[in-house]
Design a protein around this ligand. Structure first.
Ligand SMILES: [Zn+2]
Length: 323
C-alpha cells in the first residue's frame, strides 16, 4: 500500500518539478495533485451517441447479428484509444441448454503504471424479455439501452479521454460478455463473463479497485449504495460518494440501496475490491422497463451518463488512490 502511494506522490513531484519556471518565485510551493492535473470534461452527448451506436445494431444477445456487429464496433472503437485491446473468448451453455461463443473485450491504458484501476460493464444484452408486461414478448431479445449499452457508453467516452489526456495511473477497461444469460432466482447462472475473467485474470491487471457500471442511463437516475459493494469495498464506495458530493452530483444518493448480484461479485471473490454502480429502479420502483422491450434509448439521457462519467473521471484524474 505504502509503496504504491509513494509512487503516485513521486510522479506528482516530477510533474511539479517539470512545471517549475527557471527562476522559481521565493514562495513557490508544490501544488496538490488536483491543481496540477486538469480533469477532462465528460461529454454526455458523446456518451449518448455511443449508447445509440450500440442499440442501432439491434439486440446484442449471443449468436445474433447485432452481437457480431457490436463486437466488431467495440473492438475497433477501443483500438483507437487503448495501448492494447484483446479478447478473452470462451463458450458457455445456458440453463436452456443453448451453447454459444462469448468474448470479454479487454483494453489497457498506460500499461506500465503500477497504480491501476479497473473499469467494467457488460456489453451483452438479455436474450429474453422475461419481465415484459406482455407475456407474448417473454422470448424476444431486449434492446438493452440501459441494461448493457449505458455502462459501455460511459466507458467508451472515458476511453477517448484516457487517450487524449492520459492520467497518472493505469486503467484497464473490460466489457464483460454473458452477464445476462441467467435464470431468475439462480444468481450463479449470471455474470459468466466476469467469472471467466476473474478465473483467467490477464497478467499485470493489479487493480487497486474496480468499478462496474450497470443500468446507469435511466433518465430518472438515482444510484444508492449497493449493499454487496459496501460489504466488500466500503472504502471505494466512500471515495465515489464523497467525490459525487464534492461535485454536487445529486444522482448519487448516499443511502442504502438494494443488494445486487452483478459482475462485481466474481471480481471481489478474486480479491479485487469492486463496487457496482446501478440504478435498479427503471424508471421507478416498479422496475418495469428492466428485462423488457421497453428498455430503449428514449428512456435514457445524456445527462445521466454524464453524471456517472464525471464522477469517474474525477477519481481517475484527481484523487490520490490510497486503497
Ligand atoms: Zn439485465
Amino acid at each position: 500500500m505504502f509503496e504504491r502511494k509513494l509512487s503516485v506522490s513521486l510522479l506528482m513531484c516530477l510533474i511539479a518539478c517539470d512545471q517549475r519556471p527557471q527562476q522559481p518565485a521565493p514562495q513557490q510551493q508544490m501544488k496538490p495533485l488536483d491543481i496540477l492535473v486538469s480533469v477532462p470534461a465528460f461529454d454526455g452527448q458523446e456518451a449518448y451517441r455511443f449508447l445509440t451506436a450500440q442499440t442501432d445494431f439491434g439486440p446484442r444477445n449471443p449468436g445474433s447479428q447485432g452481437y457480431r456487429k457490436c463486437l466488431r464496433f467495440l473492438q475497433d472503437e477501443m483500438a483507437k484509444h487503448a495501448e492494447e485491446v484483446f479478447l478473452q473468448e470462451f463458450t458457455h451453455t445456458n440453463f436452456k441448454g443453448e451453447t454459444h461463443n462469448y468474448a470479454n473485450i479487454v483494453s489497457r491504458f498506460n500499461r506500465t503504471a503500477i497504480v491501476r484501476v479497473l473499469l467494467t460493464a457488460h456489453w451483452d444484452t438479455r436474450p429474453w424479455a422475461d419481465n415484459d408486461q406482455d407475456p407474448s414478448n417473454h422470448n424476444k431479445p431486449i434492446l438493452g439501452a440501459n441494461d448493457g449499452a449505458s455502462g459501455v457508453a460511459v466507458l467508451l467516452e472515458i476511453a477517448r479521454h484516457l487517450k487524449k489526456n492520459p492520467p497518472l495511473i493505469g486503467v484497464d477497461i473490460v466489457f464483460f460478455d454473458a452477464e445476462d444469460v441467467g435464470r431468475h432466482g439462480d444468481q450463479k447462472s449470471y455474470a459468466i463473463g466476469s467469472l471467466h475473467f476473474a478465473k483467467n485474470m490477464p497478467r499485470n491487471i493489479n487493480a487497486r479497485f474496480a468499478v462496474n457500471l450497470d443500468m446507469v442511463g435511466d433518465k430518472v437516475l438515482t444510484i444508492p449504495r449497493e449493499q454487496n459493494s459496501d460489504r466488500y469495498a466500503p472504502g471505494v464506495m466512500n471515495l465515489i460518494y464523497s467525490t459525487a458530493e464534492e461535485l454536487g452530483i445529486s444522482e448519487f444518493v448516499n443511502g442504502v440501496g438494494e443488494e445486487i448480484f452483478d459482475d462485481h461479485i466474481p471480481l471481489n471473490e478474486a480479491g479485487i475490491p469492486a463496487v457496482d454502480l446501478i440504478d435498479f429502479n427503471y424508471p421507478d420502483n416498479s422496475n418495469r422497463y428492466w428485462h423488457s422491450l421497453e428498455d430503449t434509448p428514449d428512456k435514457c439521457s445524456p445527462q445521466s451518463l454524464e453524471a456517472v462519467g464525471k464522477v469517474l473521471l474525477h477519481i481517475l484524474y484527481k484523487k490520490e488512490i490510497t486503497y
